[in-house]
Design a protein around this ligand. Structure first.
Ligand code: COA
Length: 259
């Protein structure tokens, strides 16, 4: 792991912390590549059941794409930079295990885009979220206009992207951009509680569910229903499904091993 990321593993939960606090964890090409490699490694490691992503320092989750790095890019380099970030975020979105964004401060521009590529977002009450690219003569380049639209509709997407003004965590909760807002001092404990709960769940069922939502978000209802039925049926081949149903019938807690 590079020094741009710090990771900790505990009980099936991998915590990945973006570590560039002096630049409010801004996403330059090196951080994007490090995240891409870190998520590929997390996907491939059966001991990792859930990933939590956060930023270092008290101020920021991620304050955006690195403006200093973008400043001198040519159009072709700008497109490549956008594709680089977008591909990394698509890897997160399609990861076969849950990813929780622990939003500990500013999630602006690429930071909000990164959080939106995660499956759940838990924010500190002090966090500020927004798409301020318009203030730089730009628009979101890592999927912000598209994921925001799918998460919370046209009105809020246009408000955030046209004005560039950041919003408080509570308003992001009202708009459906984040799942939960908790006092900043409790953010890590509350996030880890959710992460541990997911780490104890059946990994293949979690994967099936993530696939259903990823596929279903982009297709017609009939197709999505067919896909869900196929995934549902597939889970009858797993030991964990027998374990889960047996444990219920035997009135005990299930122990899922991912097979
Ligand atoms: N890219 C590159 N560097 C960034 C950055 C970004 N997106 N966001 C913050 N930084 C750097 C600052 O340049 C500063 O570096 P320096 O100490 O070498 O001058 C350092 O991080 C601290 O930021 P600073 O602006 O001094 O902190 P602040 O508390 O006064 O303001 C923000 C915080 C988030 C309001 C402000 O940093 C900001 O507006 N950042 C840009 C947000 C943005 O437009 N993101 C979208 C990019 S597409």
């Amino acid at each position: 792991m590079t020094d741009l990321l710090q990771t900790e593993d505990a009980g099936g939960v991998r915590l990945i912390r973006i570590h560039r606090p002096d630049k409010l964890n801004a996403l330059n090409a090196a951080v994007i590549d490090a995240l891409d490699a870190a998520f590929a490694a997390a996907a491939a490691d059966p001991a990792v059941r859930v990933v939590v992503l956060t930023g270092s320092g008290p101020k920021a989750f991620v304050a955006g794409a690195d403006i200093a790095e973008m400043h001198a890019l040519t159009p072709v380099q700008g497109r490549d930079f956008s594709l680089r970030g977008s591909r990394m975020m698509r890897r997160i979105e399609t990861l076969p295990k849950p990813v929780i964004a622990m939003v500990n401060g500013f999630a602006l521009g690429g930071g909000l885009e990164l959080a939106m590529s995660c499956h759940l977002r838990i924010a500190a009450d002090t966090a500020k979220l927004g798409q301020p690219e318009i203030n730089l003569g730009l628009i979101p380049g890592f999927g912000g206009s598209q994921r925001l639209l799918r998460l919370c509709g046209r009105a809020a997407t246009l408000e955030l992207c046209l004005t560039g003004a950041p919003i408080a965590a509570e308003r992001a909760l009202q708009l459906g951009i984040v799942n939960r807002v908790v006092p900043a001092a409790e953010l890590e404990a509350e996030t880890m509680k959710v992460a541990r709960q997911l780490a104890a769940a059946a990994p293949l069922a979690l994967r099936g569910l993530l696939d259903c939502v990823n596929v279903g978000g982009e297709c017609a209802l009939e197709e999505g229903l067919e896909y869900e039925s196929a995934q549902f049926g597939l889970l009858f081949s797993t030991r964990d499904m027998r374990e889960g149903t047996s444990a219920f019938l035997e009135k005990r807690k299930p122990v899922f091993d991912g097979t």
